[in-house]
Unconditional design. Sequence first.
Length: 165
Amino acid sequence: MKYKILAAFLLLHAAVWMSCKKDAPSQPSAKEENKEEPGTASFNLRGQYIWDFEIPNIGAQRSQLFFYKDSIGYAMNGPAYTTDYVMMLEDYTDKNGERRWIGTGRGGSISKDGVWFVLFFKDITDQSVSVYKRECKDGRSEAETFPYPSEHATEDHGWNKYIKQ
């Protein structure tokens, strides 16, 4: 089982690495506040972040996000659910501190080709970030209009704190 998880992780990492542009200039720190208008903001998170959690009577799960300039790799491993795929950046806005990242899925052990996602980010530090991730059944329009989640949102598993690795 460990080898399957390791193999899935390595395949995801390789897929994301090959899909990203290698000649991108360096970006400012992720924690810098960006007051730009919608559609012009720069998404600055980079690297691997992990959220470990326990599902009662099932066991430990691990969610991983791999941040690149033009994409986010996603992997979930554990007894309840295992998958991996890439989300390609379509738009990012940072208006009034509401960081909205919109992307489309590509590939995956459970295909996410053409699936739209919206992710929100808050409490960004050098060590962690809180993320709200939603798979949008109604496509891009849902990703663009889905309201910023409340602090205590439970839909879509709510806000989750990912730790930088």
